[in-house]
Design a protein around this ligand. Structure first.
Ligand code: NAD
Length: 519
């Protein structure tokens, strides 16, 4: 088990290892100095980090910083991951990272540092709260207040891609049950701890019935454990449109990696807060806090960058490390500064702003207000929180797994499905028979439509010779793996260019593979 404690409206996590030391506010020793790794970043990174550290120091944050080398210079020195070994060491020592945005150099071969950090450190949840700051920050949606909880480690971001034929490349979408359970439970626990009313799941399981289907199934299972929280599911395409037009209807959103990436950017954009929002990447042992924006090279060195995104990330971090009072002090001073109309150029508006300030002046204005509260916005009261987020250890179920066939992918340059279909039907191998062929997922043999466009990538499904395909589960006869190997050998001898195979399994009698369109 590990526990994540909530003391704040943004996020407040503690990587406590057993229940006896669940963190509550009174448990925290706020006198204790917490060591954190800081990455000053590129572009505007060093300017906004300087401002953020200055505010934290003035507010009394008990932190000791260790600077780590990541980003552009590291990339350009020939390190394709953008992070040095000593930075990894510092992260393992400190466990908490406050990171300013970095610049990924143009060109091939540079790996995304963020993806590397998230996946290597097991930062499974990306938490991005976006609250409208109307009228001080322009938005068409003055009451929107959304938290996106995005799965951070799986999905198409596994980065497993292959070119298989002249015409075809593929990217594997990996969704796991433990990954779904962790992120969905985290979303409901977050909603409970922060007194949020609704969790919306966004998926595309009308098309991706197994992958997105699993995410949706887990969502529905876990939602039952939180009857006091409203839950609903939406197909991601209409959900994206609705988020952009009626964001007030959303509260907490939980979704997989790619959809979450897109949705959270839409929400930050319509909230008017690309330069304002912070985010947290939460793992079992390590957590990383950062602004949502990039390194803004266009304004680097001009002293006009808005430090609010990184400052909000720092507020989330302070609550996380058990310094919610300091976090409140900063957040309230920041809100009071915005309400006083003291704004950096990116949010400055004649109608509501009183003064356009530089990064440093903005930081100083916040420091001057460290004992003030906002009058319009709700006062931040993170130190009143006491919730605890509990994510149980994953328990694997042991299903009965049965091999029932194989999909053999073949590179073939012909364009007549009947030709390859008849050819493959002739091949008799150890009691396996061709059941169908699809091209880009559409059945083209037997009985395909001549209108279907065929590329050089043929998925040929083989099942047991005498397989009686029943309408009820289980559908298929058992196949031995030796039969598959013999089939592949025979196909190879017959000059078929085999690209890859996917075994077809049933789990507890339930089909573990999709049907071809038209199968
Ligand atoms: P960006 O977010 O850096 O900039 C987009 C626009 O927003 C620019 O006009 C910029 O001036 C403005 N802006 C951003 N932050 C601001 C702030 N704090 N104050 C005032 N204005 C601000 O996005 P981009 O231009 O697409 O990316 C620039 C670089 O940042 C790229 O190298 C990209 O790879 C990198 N990047 C890094 C991260 C990260 O480290 N987490 C995230 C996104 C992009």
């Amino acid at each position: 088990m590990f526990y994540i404690s909530n003391l704040c409206i943004n996020i407040n996590i503690s990587s406590m290892k057993n229940r006896s030391i669940i963190a509550t506010q009174k448990d925290y020793n706020v006198e204790k100095i917490t060591k954190i790794a800081i990455a000053k970043g590129d572009g505007i990174g060093p300017e906004i980090m300087k401002a953020t550290l200055k505010i934290m120091k003035a507010a009394g944050a008990k932190i000791e910083t260790e600077t780590i080398d990541v980003g552009e210079q590291v990339y350009l020195s020939g390190n394709s991951a953008g992070i040095t070994d000593s930075a990894w060491d510092a992260i393992s020592r400190n466990k908490i990272i406050l990171k300013a945005p970095i610049t990924t150099p143009q060109g091939k071969g540079y790996k995304s540092l963020n993806v590397t950090l998230r996946k290597s450190l097991g930062l499974f949840a990306n938490v991005r709260p976006v609250t409208a700051l109307h009228p001080f920050v322009k938005t068409n949606f003055p009451t929107m207040d959304i938290v996106v909880i995005r799965e951070n480690e799986e999905d198409l971001y596994a980065g497993i891609e292959h070119r298989q034929t002249e015409d075809v490349v593929q990217c594997l979408k990996l969704i796991t049950r433990p990954g779904c359970e962790k992120i969905v439970r985290y979303a409901f626990e977050y909603a409970r701890a922060y007194n949020r009313k609704k969790v919306t799941c966004m998926i595309k399981d009308n098309i991706m019935k197994l992958t997105d289907g699993l995410f949706h199934t887990v969502f529905k299972e876990i939602a039952l454990e939180y009857p006091e929280i409203e839950s609903n599911s939406q197909i991601i395409d209409i959900a994206a449109a609705k988020v952009a037009t009626v964001p007030e209807n959303y509260d907490v959103i939980v979704t997989s990696n790619l959809y979450g990436d897109i949705i959270s950017d839409i929400i930050a954009e319509i909230g008017g807060s690309v330069g304002m929002a912070g985010s947290a990447n939460i793992g079992k042992n390590v957590a990383m806090f950062e602004a949502i924006h990039g390194s803004a090279p266009d304004i680097a060195g001009k002293k006009i960058a808005n430090p609010s995104g990184l400052l909000n990330a720092a507020v989330m971090m302070l609550a996380h490390i058990g310094q919610p009072k300091v976090a409140d002090r900063i957040k309230n001073a920041w809100l009071a500064t915005l309400e006083a109309g003291i704004h950096t150029a990116d949010v400055y508006q004649e109608s509501v702003s009183s003064k356009k300030v530089t990064t440093e002046e903005f930081a100083d204005a916040i420091i001057e207000r460290l004992d003030s509260n906002p009058f319009k916005f709700p006062v931040s009261n993170l130190s009143k929180g006491s919730g605890t987020i509990t994510i149980p250890e994953y328990k694997r179920k042991n299903s009965v797994k049965k091999l029932v066939g194989v999909d053999v992918f073949i590179d073939w340059k012909g364009n007549n499905p009947e030709a390859i279909g008849n050819n493959l039907s002739e091949i008799k191998s150890h009691n396996l028979k061709l059941k169908m062929i699809t091209n880009r997922g559409v059945k083209v043999f037997p009985n395909g439509l001549k209108e279907t466009y065929c590329t050089d990538h043929w998925r040929c499904r083989f099942v047991a010779q005498n397989a009686e395909i029943k309408t009820t589960e289980p559908h298929y006869e058992t196949v031995e793996y030796e039969q598959v190997i013999a089939l592949l050998s025979k196909l190879h001898q017959n000059d078929f260019d085999l690209i890859k195979t996917e075994n077809l399994y049933e789990f507890d009698g339930i089909r573990g593979f999709s049907l071809g369109q038209g199968e």
